[in-house]
Each structure stands twice: as C-alpha cells, then as structure tokens.
Design a protein around this ligand. Sequence first.
Ligand code: GLA
Length: 389
Amino acid sequence: MNLIARAEATFKQKFDAPATFCGIAPGRIEVLGNHTDYNEGYILAAAIDREIILCGRACEGTKATVYASSYDAKESFDTSSPTLNSENFWINYIQGVVSELNKQGITIGGFEAVLDGNVPLGAGLSSSAALEVATTYLLKALFGFSMDPIAIALTSQAAENNFVGMNCGILDQFSSAMGKEDNLVFLDCRDLNKYRHIPLGNNIELVIANTKAKHSLVDGAYNQLRNSCFDAAKYYAQKLAPRPVTHLRDVSVTDMELYSADMSETTRKRAKHIITENQRVLDGVAALEHGNLQKMGECMNLSHLSSRDDFGNSCNELDIMYACAENIPGLFGRRLSGGGFGGCTVNLISADKADDFAEELTRRYRQETGIEPEMHICKAWNGAHSISL
Ligand code: GLA
C-alpha cells in the first residue's frame, strides 16, 4: 500500500470519516552550502524521495486533533491559541505553522489529520521542515487561502524560528518546497526568487549514510556558530567601510586574505569556511552544468574538510564515515550534510554502483566504529504539494 493510501486508511479508522486533502512534503539533503543560508550566501540542495504525509479534513470550531502513526500518539490543540507542547514535541511543528498563519491574518479553524511518512527521523534529513511544509500545504487546501511556494517555505521557516525556537536558515524548508525530480535546487539566499534547478541526470543517486551519532547541545552549538558568523560580518564591515557588508556573503576570498589579521583565530576560521563555501557552491554548480561530476565531487570533499578543519561542525563519526568512503567505486564526492555534529554524510554516486557502495561503506564503518550505520539510497525528488482525496 502506498503512503497516501495508508494514511487515508488510518484516518478513516481514527476519525471515522474520510480525509479530504493531503499535504505531501519531502525531506531534503544539503549537497553544498554549509551554514551559508543565514549568511545570505548560496546553497545547493535536493528534495529526496522520502516524504512526510499529512492528510486531513476541516471541522467546526477551533479544535485540531492529529494522530501521528510513527509515535502511535494523538494530540489536540486550539487553533486560535497554539501553545508549546513539551510532551508530544512533534505537534509543535504543526502548531507553529498555525501560529504563523494566524499572525498573517489567515484564520485556521478546526481540523483532524493523520501524520505518516517515510522520512527517517533524527537522521538529519529535515523531517521537521518537511512536516512544517506539509502542514502549510494541507491547511492551504483545507481553508482555501492562496500562498505561493516561496511564501510557503518562509511561513514554514518562521514556524521553526518563532514557535519551535530553532534559529535555522531557509535551506531545509526551501528545498522541501522547491525540489524537482533528478535536479538539485540552487538558491541565492539573498533573494529567494533567484533559484534555479540544476539537472543531476537520472543516473546519479545520493547515498545518505547515517552515522547514528547524536550530539547533545546541537542547537546551542548551531547558534554559537551563527553568532560567530555575524560577529565576523561586523568586523569586516568596519574594515571594508564604506563598502556595505551586512553578511559574510559580502566578503570575498581576497578581502578575507587582506583584512583578517586582528581577528580571533576561531572567528577567522569560521568566517573562512563560509566565504570559501560560497565559492564552492558556485564552482560545484558550474561543474555540474559542464557535466563534470568529478569536479563537483571535489567541491563536496573540500566542503567536508573545511567543516572539519575550519568551521568545527564535524565530529569523529562523520570524519570516519567520510574517510571510509575513500576509493569505493562509483563515488564522486561526499561530505557532512546539514547543521553538523552528527547525523549523516551525503555521497554522490553513479546509480549503478549505489547498492554496492552502500554495502561496502556499511562494512567499513562498522569495522572502524562498532556502530551499525543506516544507509538510504535516494533520488533527487519533486517538491511539496497537496492533493485532493
Ligand atoms: C540546518 C539548518 C539549515 C542550515 C543547515 C546548515 O539544517 O536548519 O538552515 O543552516 O543546518 O547548512
């Protein structure tokens, strides 16, 4: 049974009536552009063929009830006053979207919904961003307001920033909303209208290798890195005045080489990662557009090393997963993906070698660490949408 049919059947069973609409949103993988989004830089990402499904129907009143299949839990809230729930944390992603829509003057009434899907949870594939985007699509269909995909991504990001309290950039929600089968999403985060689909070809797959390393204090560490970047931007703004510098996006590799002398070592290295990473995204896109997968792969490898050596957001397990992939046939490049400190690496692979690659990487990583990793062989996939049931 496919995912939507399964969610529909669960809905009938839990709510004794048919669902009318379904919001569907994919997980995402960051291919290049690490921590560049909130620095108003460039990103290259993909929606993947693993999706969050939220099907439901509108009801009288302001009570929302959602059943989450993977947690076997039902939770309710009042759509006129969403309140953070510390017990069933997943409901907060849905409440966050309702709260943001309320702020925009869009009235959300009562509804019932079932949450299902196959985005691996806690693997760094942004199941939470996918849930926010799927929620926005479902509510748009149920309550009949209009909103374009960029505004949907922004509303979903605002839910994460303002309600859930995670200061993420736009990468996760944007790539979930804007994905296209066999393509990557290239975005200039300074102007969200400047995005482009970059063909990847249908003989390339993304092997996602979950290290199973989960580091605590990840959000605290993310904010620290973010603040370092903003401090560095302020520093360069003084050095480069009167040229306007609001974000590290405005600083070139040459500026960095000329003007970094009296910065602290840590801030300088973090800034270097962002400034050189922006260039790697542009180089990677140019390489792909010339069909040069080897060069694209090198950009990914350099990105990982820059995370490890300069930005400081890798970890032992990610570095081992990176090292274990060396010389396995079919590999073009690999790197950590997302915030860092754990989660997964993304490996760019010839599709015909993907199964053998995943098997060999599993074997090597298990041998090195004693940990059983998890491999997901994914395709670049279509972005979010809703369907009428
Ligand atoms: C997380 C955040 C994104 C982005 C990446 C790092 O996934 O949610 O906004 O900053 O980390 O590139």
